[in-house]
Ligand binder design. Structure first.
Ligand code: PMP
Length: 289
């Protein structure tokens, strides 16, 4: 028999995820008025645990506030944990999403029904050393003074365009730069570089304030500053980081090929131990399921 569809939390109840439907006037479907998170749980020696859940839900709250979407982090925490328990997931990717639903075709969110869901899918292997090839995007990142760098659904149209363009040119992922040639981020990950043994986190006002980036900054005390594309191309190592990507070495940016990534591999291993609860000093970043 086929495995049962995972359960999803929807407006307060756990239901089979594949039975959920959205109405045709769903505001978020027309205009992108939703906010989401990408969170991960890991199998640890003390059971499944979610990595930096409060920080993810706090970022989601900031996004929900932009639209006036009701959002209760305590309820969202319960929803995430209930979904993981119901599905028996240990290594899992978790997708909370809040959005404006049914209510007609007008742009005003007032009168549209707010909804929230949490879905989880089992993750079997993580990227584990997969080396990414980046194309420099022809599209600019949404500028922060037009669209704040939060996980607002509509903002990801920009990432979709960039990713499609990069893939059409044979790359795995796109790297955004601004008009002055400064590095912004990738479509779903932040960027770091290693030069002469020094670790630098790319800082840019249009980039998402990544939780993985923050994790690595706290672990390493790396400097965060603006970085030009020119500087990135001259670096010894470059890597992308994010909840889904974890720490992903970059093999190539356009026709610049990078060699071995020893510092990146070390950080990748450290990050892997921390998310699995094997570094007691950082256990407070894990919420037991
Ligand atoms: N930038 C963008 C645009 C993203 O979507 C993500 C993924 N959330 C990241 C960076 C990395 O953020 P985090 O480490 O919080 O997952």
């Amino acid at each position: 028999a086929p495995a049962p569809a995972p359960l999803a939390w929807f407006d307060g109840a756990l239901v089979p995820g594949d039975t959920l439907q959205a109405g045709l006037t769903t505001h978020a479907m027309h205009y992108g008025s939703g906010v989401f998170e990408g969170v991960r749980a890991y199998a640890t020696d003390f059971g499944a645990a979610v990595f930096r859940l409060p920080e993810h839900l706090e970022r989601m709250r900031r996004g929900a506030d932009m639209f006036g979407l009701p959002f209760d982090p305590a309820q969202a925490t319960d929803a995430v944990l209930a979904t993981l328990r119901a599905n028996g997931h240990r290594d899992a990717y978790i997708r909370p999403l809040a959005w404006f639903g049914e209510g007609g075709f007008g742009l005003d969110v007032e009168g549209h029904v707010p909804h929230m869901m949490v879905a989880s899918t089992a993750t079997h292997v993580h990227l584990n050393g997969a080396r990414a090839r980046l194309g420099v995007s022809r599209w600019r990142r949404n500028p922060a003074d037009s669209l704040p760098p939060l996980k607002l659904c509509g903002g990801y149209v920009n990432s979709i365009l960039a990713k499609r363009e990069a893939k059409a040119r044979g790359f795995d992922e796109a790297l955004f730069t601004d008009r002055e040639g400064r590095v912004v981020e990738c479509t779903g990950a932040n960027v770091f570089m290693v030069q002469g043994g020094a670790l630098t986190a790319v800082a840019h006002p249009d980039a998402l304030d990544g939780i993985t980036r923050d994790t690595l900054l706290q672990l390493t005390g790396a400097q965060a500053r603006a970085v030009s594309l020119e500087e990135l191309l001259q670096a010894d190592e470059v890597f992308a980081c994010g909840t889904a990507a974890e720490v992903a070495p970059v093999a190539q940016i356009e026709d610049r090929h990078y060699g071995d990534n020893p510092v990146t591999r070390e950080l990748q291993a450290l990050y892997g131990r921390i998310v699995r609860g094997r570094e007691p000093a950082w256990r407070h970043w894990l919420t037991a399921v």
